[in-house]
Every structure is written in structure tokens, then in C-alpha cells.
Design a protein around this ligand. Sequence first.
Ligand SMILES: Cc1cc2nc3c(=O)[nH]c(=O)nc-3n(C[C@H](O)[C@H](O)[C@H](O)COP(=O)(O)OP(=O)(O)OC[C@H]3O[C@@H](n4cnc5c(N)ncnc54)[C@H](O)[C@@H]3O)c2cc1C
Length: 381
Amino acid sequence: MSENDVAIIGASSAGLFAGYLLAREGLPVRIYEASEGLNPAPRTLIVTGQLYRALGFTPNEAILNRVRHIELTSRNARARVSLGEPDLVIERGRLIRLLASKAEQAGARIELGRRFTGFQGNGDGLALSLLDLKKGRVELVKARALVGADGALSPVARAANRDSRPTVAIVQAKVALPPGAAADTVQVWFDRRDTRFFYWLIPESSTSAVAGLVGEGQEEARQRLDRFLGEHKLEASGYQAAQVPRYESGSQPWARVRGSGVFLVGDAAGQVKMTTVGGVVAGLRGAEAVANAILRQRDYGKELEGLKKELDLHHLIRRVLDRFCDTDYDVLLNSLDRRAMGLLKTHNRDEMARAFWGLVLAQPRWLVLAARSLLRRDRVG
Ligand SMILES: Cc1cc2nc3c(=O)[nH]c(=O)nc-3n(C[C@H](O)[C@H](O)[C@H](O)COP(=O)(O)OP(=O)(O)OC[C@H]3O[C@@H](n4cnc5c(N)ncnc54)[C@H](O)[C@@H]3O)c2cc1C
């Protein structure tokens, strides 16, 4: 490997997309992945149509279903939001294999079974330590820049002395789509006793779905989910679970190590919308920002400004929602009038920054609701 190469750690959506964008411009790129194959554990994801715009192409191979409505239920209220552009239900493994083939076609090399264990800067690039899991041997490779796309527990972030990020647990169960449930409608339940987030049922097709929730820890989230499944007469045929980082507004996902750049992207950088804990589209936007920073020698922080603005807003909304009680959710759903619905229809969750003031003007009493809940001290911060 030459010292001009960019090394990316982690062959998942953020790392592969960054690799694709860099290799497409002719940069030598190597992507190192600890797993022996590109067959991650199954994970059903829901993303907005922003996915097309972030990728610049339609990932048909990865799409399981398209969702046109979201039904929201709180203790005493219900609302149905129709989406102008359908949300996409995708299978993460298929998206990863598609991005891997795009990255390889563009010229990136993907090396599987290589676990990153650390790096050193010597003023003349970076020397990375990679454990070849088959041979049981550590190899030293040189790189001009290092991109950590290695997930919530990012070993690259640790090696660059970035604090480890707090995480939340997402747990979801694969279930049969219940009778009466529509394949084009996601269902969301707010239940403040169980979660400061929400439960969901996401249809994968006319016969199957995933039901899940976000919790503070895996065990507690799994117990709550099992109780929810029992109450809704749903039977799990398998579970999907992992930790996802919490976004933190002030953190800097990059470091300069003796003249060389170390960049974090995707979950490794905490690029997650805290309203829904969705990280796929944000991670792809982060990947585009890191590719621009490396290709055009621009400031990564500047390239991230648009994404930061969006993620900061989601973080703020999360702080408000964390203090909601069940009655607040009732008020919120009951106040979704035609104007607010219209705005939610035309602006998806990945462009809240553009819709925000319109929504506030459409429903000024949401500000009162938000202020009241922020003044409340007895909820999770
Ligand atoms: C059950 C569940 C449901 C979810 N649902 C949604 C959803 O509906 N919508 C949404 O937008 N988001 C969702 N998310 C979050 C989303 O999956 C993540 O934000 C996204 O996959 C992060 O992608 P990434 O490329 O940053 O990192 P990851 O997908 O975590 O990939 C990191 C990669 O780095 C590799 N790696 C780690 N350490 C090393 C090392 N030392 N050396 C080499 N390689 C290493 C790993 O093997 C892995 O391949 C969900 C998460 C879970 C757990």
C-alpha cells in the first residue's frame, strides 16, 4: 500500500459509500473490514426518499417495500400522516453488498477479515495496525488519511483519543404482518411508561413486518418488546438488535495526527437523527462530506455544516420529547391540523431544518408545549 492511499475502516454503508466517492475520483482507496464476509446480521431499516438524493442513484436491489402513511397513536389520540414521497423499507445487507460492488467497480479495494487495532503518525503519513484474522498476524500499512467508519464503538475514535460515545439500544423482532394492518402504513405508538422513544411496526411486505423499540439497554428493551408483542398478539420469528450512538452536538469527528487527517463518519461520528435514532441517511451525508474534505482538501467541519444543522435540530426536538408525558403526546397528535400535515407531507424527516419554522408558524402552541416540557425536570435529559 502506498502512503498516498486513503484507508477506510469498516465496510458498511458509511464506509463503502465514502470509498465509492473517493475511488470514483481516482484516489487509491482501501476498505478494511473485520468480518470475513459482507453478510451482516439481517436488519430491516426504514429511510426517507432522501436516500436517493444522498446516494445519487436508486438502490432498487435493497428495497423491500415502500411506505405511504404513518399512523401515530398515543394513549388517547391518533393521527395519520400521509407522505408526499414514500419512505423506503430496506434490507441493510443488500444495501451493503450493492455499495460494495459500486465501490469495487469504482476502483476501491475491500479487504475482509482485517481488524484495525491502532495507528501511529510519524509526520510522513499514518502507520495502521491491522490484524489478519485468518493468519493471526498483525500487518502494518501506510496511509495518507484514515477514515473511521467502524460503527458505534469505533476503535478508530478510541485510537484518536476521541471519547467513547454514549449509546442507546435498538431491538426489533421479525413478525407476521397482523391481519388488518396495511402494507403501506407504518404504525407508531407512544407509551411513556415504557420508552422515551416509541414502538413501531414497519411492514416489509404484505405478509411480514418488524416491530421494535429504542431502549437504554438491550436487556430491558428486549423485555419491553416481548411484552408489547404479547399485548399485540405478535410472535417473534427472530430478533435484530445493536447499540446505536447518541448524537452529541459539540463533538468533533476528526483529528490531525502529526499532519495526517483522521476522520470519523456514520455511527462512528454519532451521525444519527435523535428523533428516530436513524443513522443511514445521515451516515451517507457524512460520507459525502468526508470524501469532499479529502478530495478537495477542504475543512471536514465546514463540509459537515448542513448535516450538523439538521442533526442539532433533531437533538433539540429529542430533548423536548424526552420530557413529554402521555398527555403531551395526546395534545401533539390532536393538534396535527391540515396545515401541519401538509408540511409533514412535503418535508421528510431528513429535512426538518427546512420545515421547522413553517411547522412552528402553523402550530404556535407546539412552542408552548415544548417550553412547558423543557421546564419539567422529572424526565430523561
Ligand atoms: C435493529 C436496528 C434497527 C435500525 N433501524 C434503522 C432505521 O430504520 N433507519 C435508520 O436510518 N437507521 C437505523 N438503524 C441505525 C443504522 O443501522 C446505523 O445508524 C447504520 O447502520 C450505521 O452505519 P455505519 O456504516 O456508520 O456503521 P455500521 O453499520 O455499524 O458498520 C461498522 C462496520 O465497521 C466494522 N468494524 C468495526 N470495528 C472494526 C475494526 N476494528 N476493524 C475493521 N472493521 C471494523 C464492522 O464490522 C461494521 O461492518 C438501526 C439500527 C439497529 C441496530
